[in-house]
Design a protein around this ligand. Structure first.
Ligand SMILES: [Zn+2]
Length: 308
């Protein structure tokens, strides 16, 4: 199978990992797993309930325990989305246990979700009291159903990102918004020492994007990027400080909850701790050199383009 971004057939071996080969497209530089695992293989992989419970080498470290952090990020992302488009109908693809959708609903969105892992889809159904569909293709939505479609940490998991983005295009209303995030394969640490990057983890991750390859793909699928953002590098603070900051948020609240009149102490503390790091980053590097992830917001164009 050829490169999903530029359709070139020539790729060079890049890295061997977990018995899979990651190759680099000679034309556009896209990094992807080749040959790709079959869809049966992938389906079986995501039905392991341990995937979302931090067991084994794959998946999330106890996804449920991260709920408050996920909700904080969800509020931030929805604020960005709402700066482009007012609440309407939203689909989250790869919705896991539905935390993002429940936050969106609280903010006035009508929501739908897609999730391939059955255990997670059940949890989302219980949380939201509505059906969650297993795949984008199985979801019964007519074309132009949505104002916004979100793909948080999704596009790196799928065998054919172009096919999924074209389906997203079809499901969005003209002028609707696509929002996605993915690990940043263009950051310096990855370029210097690829073998150490933990996001190279086939068969869980199959495609590895830089801001260039990501932008090229979404444009080729008919979207116009309106915001490309480097996700702030994760600061590996000593556990005690991290714990203290979390405690601070839980007792005082943050700018979203404003649980007590002292919610701003949390925001201020977090900012002070990360300030030195941010200054160095701003002065010397592009934020994409250091960010672990890329967030992209793009409008669906009116006419569908399929350039390569
Ligand atoms: Zn390519």
């Amino acid at each position: 199978m050829s490169c999903c971004i530029c359709s070139a057939d020539t790729a060079r071996p890049f890295l061997e990992k977990n018995g899979y080969s990651i190759v680099r497209c000679e034309q556009c530089g896209f990094l992807y797993v080749h040959p790709r695992p079959s869809s049966e293989e992938l389906r079986a992989f995501y039905q392991n309930p341990g995937y979302f419970q931090g067991e084994g080498a794959y998946g999330y470290d106890s996804y449920v325990a991260q709920r408050s952090e996920i909700e904080r990020v969800a509020n931030e992302r929805l604020m960005t989305i709402e700066s482009f488009i007012s609440p309407g109908r939203l689909l989250d693809v790869g919705c896991a246990s539905g935390y993002f959708l429940s936050v969106a609903r609280r903010r006035g969105w009508r929501v739908e979700g897609v999730e391939i892992a059955q255990a997670m889809a059940r949890a989302a159904e219980e949380l939201l009291h509505q059906p969650i569909y297993s795949t984008l293709d199985a979801a019964p939505f007519p074309p132009q159903s949505f104002d916004v479609i979100t793909l948080w940490e999704y596009i790196e998991h799928i065998p054919d990102p172009r096919a999924d983005l074209l389906r997203v295009y079809e499901l969005l209303k003209p002028g609707g918004l696509l929002a996605l995030s993915t690990p940043n394969a263009g950051q310096r640490a990855v370029v210097k020492a690829p073998a150490r990057w933990r996001e190279f983890k086939p068969p869980e991750h199959l495609g590895f994007f830089t801001r260039q390859t990501l932008e090229r793909l979404v444009r080729a699928c008919g979207f116009q990027p309106v915001l490309l953002r480097a996700i702030a590098p994760h600061l590996r603070l000593p556990e005690m400080i991290e714990h203290g900051i979390t405690l601070c948020r839980e007792t005082l609240g943050d700018r979203h909850t404003r649980r007590t009149p002292f919610w701003w102490i949390y925001s201020l503390t977090r900012r002070m701790v990360s300030l030195p790091f941010r200054i160095v980053q701003k002065l010397i590097f592009s934020p994409f050199d250091y960010s672990q992830g890329i967030e992209l917001y793009a409008r669906r164009g009116v006419e569908q383009k399929r350039e390569t």
